[in-house]
Design a protein around this ligand. Sequence first.
Ligand code: P6P
Length: 334
Amino acid sequence: MSNLITLNEFIMDRQADFTNATGELSRILNDIAVASKMVSRDVRKAGLVDHILGAHGATNVQGEEQQKLDVVADEQFIKAFRNGGEVCGIASEENDDFVAFESETAKNAKYVVLFDPLDGSSNIDVNVSIGTIFSIYKRTSAQGTLATEEDMLQVGTDQIAAGYVLYGSSTMLVYTTGKGVNGFTLDPSIGEFCLSHPNMKMPETGRMYAMNEGNIDICNPGIKKYTQYCQSFENDKGAPYSGRYIGSLVADFHRNMIKGGIYIYPDTTTSPEGKLRLLYECNPLAFIAEQAGGLASTGKERILDIKPTRLHQRVPLFIGSKQMVEKALSLLEY
Ligand code: P6P
């Protein structure tokens, strides 16, 4: 037990990594950790407390029916950022517009956070892993003023930090501040996230591909060629890969971080921009993937290079082990 390192201890130890560190970012990461513990508690009892289960009735900006747990998680994170005093504004999948916090403390804060409070919510009722994804930027607007939409529409390479929480067989928080990727597992007996996966590296290759193959005939023909390559005996492994698609991006991405693999959600004839959102799904996971030695692309360009134009804009996503992403991209037909 003596080598137990809690998230809080780790963040404080690493504070020196940030030039002119004055603790704000550390406090934001801790605010995220506390909110994640609350969401984990609610997720773990989702099957029991019917006031959570079932559609909230409202639909979010994506036109998707909001599951009550989505809304609960969204409110949990917004409360943590509003009360934490280090964030001047947020953008979330569950909110049509961004939110600029109006207190004097918040208006003087330096950071904005973009997040998907509970990705994979369609899995809530079937008890499959779901996740939170977050991305932190320095504001571009002047301190002392309300946050602006421009603060939210920053290119992915300007992220200060990014991470995800996976509510799976255990609850894990994985994040980067641009100096590698580290994973923490929640120990419910002490209520602390503990360092369990130091310096995570995504294997250069793997044997698992994750894609909704129901889309195979309405996306780039090169993707069908790639899945056939994966399923053949003539591929780089001399044996078929395994298809593993959970339908929960964070769960599929985390498995690929550990075992190697690729996740593909392409543009299709019905969704010409793809399905996943650039700001609070693709950018944070792309930052983590690259920090761990992986790749993240739309098929045409690096995810992190895209200049956002809309809060909820969607992009195609090829993300995972370097060699697998490169192979998939090499087969695309334009
Ligand atoms: P489909 C969940 O809604 C999500 O955003 C990702 O977590 C997941 O990988 C994907 O969409 C599933 O989409 O179209 O395959 O059901």
